[in-house]
Design a protein around this ligand. Structure first.
Ligand SMILES: [Zn+2]
Length: 382
């Protein structure tokens, strides 16, 4: 009898304490549910969202060491991003795949691995492209992957799983995206009429004569993720030429997919080449938009791949040696990791929520980027 009485007394007190704590300090989820605000006086017309698939801080460091340079974009405002996706209990604790991470980066909604533009309840999410269209911007995608790859698909389609290619292609043809450029896939050659029925002009190369057409899908059979000719940089130049025709501005997503692809097989040399090509693309964008303070460029990753370490001291398992450049590197896995990824912004315009109490760097959740961009786009409605 006495025991029951004690239990009865303890329970309400503990509930009361939980409620007290909650009132005093909002949880991370409550903080994230608040809008990520845009700093006063911001005036942005164009958004360029650059995603290095699988790119951690050390993928960038490796590219810098291999070229004996500092990549210009690493001097920008820098944040660290937590990339975990949801498990089946709805907790953000799982090592993400590119589908869930792409959906988070495109929409500001966390989801379960495999989902393309769908939340954990299989509902379609609203992407930054959807919002950009409501303020009459042009939207486009450039990727070194095929156009149905998880990252480009997350920005342009809704499908229950990344492997449902036909569902993704159908969804993309019915989307409002103005421009697709990706590595060649038979899937788009087979389905080109589907796109032509929606006013897309289909091409297998970067044909400058079709730049004036209403909508474009370039199923690029010459695209190289690395080389000087037909590189990512060339496709991006073509995309910017096309999208700049709209006086209301544009939103462009660029993906270098091959940092991830090379890292999965711990192919360090190709990982370096992919990172270097991404930097060349950014150097091109920095130069092209140097006089335009109305263009926001964000560089980030969907997750880190490989658990890569690099060191100018020769104190790791493997040695990179090209001409007179050498340094050490080591992978710890051939999968994705939970390592925080970098976020760089050419203009530090968002008030992000810091997930960690750390004064020397700010850790954000990946979904904060798209939430900030949506708010930024909505400023155009005024
Ligand atoms: Zn991957």
């Amino acid at each position: 009898m006495k025991k029951n009485f004690v239990l009865f007394l303890v329970l309400p007190i503990s509930l009361l304490c939980v409620a007290c704590g909650k009132d005093a300090e909002p949880t991370i989820n409550e903080k994230l549910n608040a809008d990520i605000t845009v700093k006063d006086g911001t005036n942005i017309k164009n958004i360029i969202y650059v995603i290095g698939d699988g790119m951690g801080f050390n993928s960038i460091k490796a590219g810098e060491l291999a070229t004996n340079t500092n990549f210009a974009f690493t001097k920008w405002a820098e944040y660290q991003s937590n990339t975990n996706s949801l498990n089946d209990k709805g907790l953000d604790v799982l090592i993400t795949d590119s589908a869930a991470a792409g959906t988070a980066l495109a929409s500001g909604t966390l989801t379960i691995n495999g989902r393309i533009g769908k939340d954990k309840e299989f509902m379609d999410v609203e992407t930054i492209f959807d919002v950009a269209k409501t303020v009459n911007k042009s939207v486009g995608i450039v990727t070194t992957d095929t156009i149905n790859g998880a990252t480009p698909a997350a920005f342009s389609a809704h499908a229950n799983d990344r492997d449902y290619s036909e569902e993704i292609v159908n969804s993309q043809a019915n989307s409002e995206v103005d421009l697709f450029i990706g590595n060649y896939s038979d899937l788009y050659e087979t389905n080109k009429t589907l796109f032509e029925q929606k006013n897309f002009t289909y091409s297998k190369n970067l044909n400058s004569e079709i730049l004036s057409k209403e909508r474009l899908i370039i199923n690029n059979e010459n695209m190289s993720p690395y080389s000087e000719a037909n590189s990512l940089r060339d496709s991006v130049e073509y995309a910017v030429d096309y999208l700049s025709k709209n006086n209301n501005g544009f939103t462009l997503m660029i993906e270098q997919a091959h940092i991830d692809k090379a890292s999965h097989s711990n192919d360090f040399n190709n990982m370096v080449r992919a990172a270097v090509e991404l930097n060349k693309t950014l150097d091109y964008l920095i130069d092209r938009f140097k006089d335009q303070s109305d263009t926001l460029i964000v560089v980030t990753a969907d997750h880190e791949t490989g658990g890569l370490k690099v060191s100018p001291e020769m104190d790791l398992k493997n040695i990179y040696l090209q001409d007179d450049i050498s340094f050490a590197y080591e992978y710890s896995t051939n999968s994705h990791t939970t390592t925080h990824v970098p976020v760089y912004l050419n203009q530090d315009i968002f008030n992000f929520v810091n997930l960690e109490d750390n004064a020397s760097y700010t850790v954000i959740k990946n979904i904060q980027i798209a939430r900030g961009m949506k708010n930024l786009l909505l400023l155009n409605k005024k």
